[in-house]
Design a protein around this ligand. Structure first.
Ligand code: ADE
Length: 232
């Protein structure tokens, strides 16, 4: 399958410090699966022979060329996003072999949606930092937020994200599948994605048809902080 290596035309393959040898990676049980890929628990060996739990994302059997391209874009976006305490860390990837794999930190309490459905008190804090990094996630929902042992929550699954370095606007082309229920009104009608379209259903004001009238993440955090801590 030389096509993995040469045919995702517009993205140059860069084999950088993130490239891992698959020999160091052992795959265990499946943690989750989506339309395009599966995530498995893995164990990664370092140069001293110590192992750490990791989450390993890979495409399903017989992916289309578009799936492979999108997966490579997701890996690029994760490299660009850099480190932040509320973003799942990229540990590495294997792009030199037949099947591309993405290795990220393992969040032992799984996804926020399942976590919230279990009866318990949530005292975690989620700060949105993607907009300040000019990344639009496009699928920000509880199922794509992971919970770690210490209760810290982290944004994951950058499969649909876009880097908006030049302009704070992204117009989707083609007919890729989209999470309809969570999409902002102008994204549905005009395929226009802005940082504002990432803000999901916290309050009625988030559904304002004029994107510029919706709250920013900072304003949302302020309102939520007020609700949580000042009851006003
Ligand atoms: N499911 C999907 N990604 C995961 C991760 N990074 N940690 C734990 N469970 C996951």
């Amino acid at each position: 399958h030389k096509d993995y290596e040469s045919e995702f035309n517009n993205i140059p393959l860069v084999h950088d410090k993130f490239e891992l040898s698959p020999k160091l990676l052992k795959l265990n049980n499946i943690l989750g699966s989506g339309a395009y890929g599966i995530v498995r628990l893995g164990s990664l060996e370092d140069k001293f022979g110590n192992t750490t739990n990791v989450a390993v994302k890979m495409l399903k059997e017989n992916p289309s060329m578009e799936d492979v391209q999108n997966f490579h874009k997701e890996i690029l976006i994760m490299k660009f996003a850099g480190q932040h305490p509320n973003i799942v860390s990229l540990i590495g990837c294997c792009l030199l072999y037949k099947k591309p794999v993405l290795v990220v930190e393992y969040c032992c309490k799984g996804d926020l949606q399942t976590y919230l459905r279990k009866p318990k008190k949530l005292t975690d804090r989620l700060q949105e930092c993607l907009s300040s990094n000019r990344i639009i996630h496009r699928d920000l929902a509880a199922r794509n937020i992971l919970v770690c042992a210490d209760g810290i929550v982290k944004i994951s699954d950058f499969g649909l994200s876009r880097d908006v370095y030049q302009e704070n606007l992204y117009r989707k082309q083609g007919n890729g599948k989209l999470p309809l229920k969570w999409i902002a009104i102008e994204a549905l009608t005009h395929q226009v994605y802005t940082t504002q379209s990432d803000v999901y259903d916290v309050m009625f004001c988030c559904w304002n048809t004029r994107p510029q009238n919706r709250p920013t993440f900072t304003q949302l955090k302020e309102s939520l902080d007020k609700l949580l801590f000042h009851q006003s």
